[in-house]
Design a protein around this ligand. Structure first.
Ligand SMILES: Cc1cc2nc3c(=O)[nH]c(=O)nc-3n(C[C@H](O)[C@H](O)[C@H](O)COP(=O)(O)O)c2cc1C
Length: 190
């Protein structure tokens, strides 16, 4: 059973606010790809905009620049091996979706190949054209145009990390294939 529900754009930034490692989805014509990225963050409130570092040498970057779109999928702990693998090989030489037996859904607004199985959330983003930034840096900016999350872990605009949804809890890269799982929630006194 699929538990994904749309997330309103006003809450979309919360999906990456806590710095999860994400999978950057891209496509251009018949070419499609998925790569791991540890560096992404919200940068503007309304409309919601995010930044993600996509190295210029990657196949992902080529597809993002060609299409003007990218997606961010937020993998849960169940996908830790896959996430590392997607960040250790290039889609230039193989179709990572086929290679790993992944069945993406089609994003509702931009048609991006998005992963739901094993993921906690996804966002579809329209690349914000910044020629100077694109030439000088690896950082890409995008406006979020659609978002959704698995209601078992994100609902009503909030994450809910519990013992019973550990497989969907987000992963955070420490380096060299080591990750920590989000969890151990601390509630600050109001
Ligand atoms: C956990 C992890 C996090 C990564 N984070 C980033 C990142 O934030 N930005 C980046 O450009 N590359 C990052 N990489 C490296 C890319 O995922 C890697 O270069 C990938 O092979 C590119 O794939 P592609 O050529 O198919 O696009 C990361 C790799 C791993 C394993």
């Amino acid at each position: 059973m699929n538990h994904f529900q749309p997330v309103s754009l006003e809450h979309a930034s919360r999906l990456v606010n806590h710095g999860p490692t994400v999978l950057v989805a891209s496509a251009d014509g018949s070419r499609r790809n998925l790569m791991a990225a540890a560096w992404s963050m919200p940068v503007e409130f309304t409309p919601p905009r995010i930044a993600v570092v996509i190295d210029k040498s990657t196949f992902t970057r080529e597809l993002v620049m060609a299409s003007g779109h990218f997606g961010l999928c937020v993998p849960g702990t169940a996908l830790v091996d896959l996430t590392y693998a997607l960040g250790s090989t290039s889609g230039r030489t193989l179709d990572k979706f086929a290679h790993h037996g992944l069945a993406p859904i089609r994003g509702p607004v931009l048609g991006l190949p998005l992963l739901e199985d094993g993921c906690a959330a996804w966002l579809e983003c329209r690349l914000i054209s910044e020629p100077h930034t694109e030439a000088a840096y690896d950082t890409c900016f995008g406006e979020v145009v659609a978002a959704a999350a698995d209601a078992r872990i994100f609902s009503g605009g909030h994450w809910n990390f519990r013992d019973d949804n550990a497989a969907l809890q987000t992963i955070h890269h420490l380096g060299a294939g080591n990750f920590v799982r989000a969890g151990g929630v601390l509630r600050a006194r109001t």
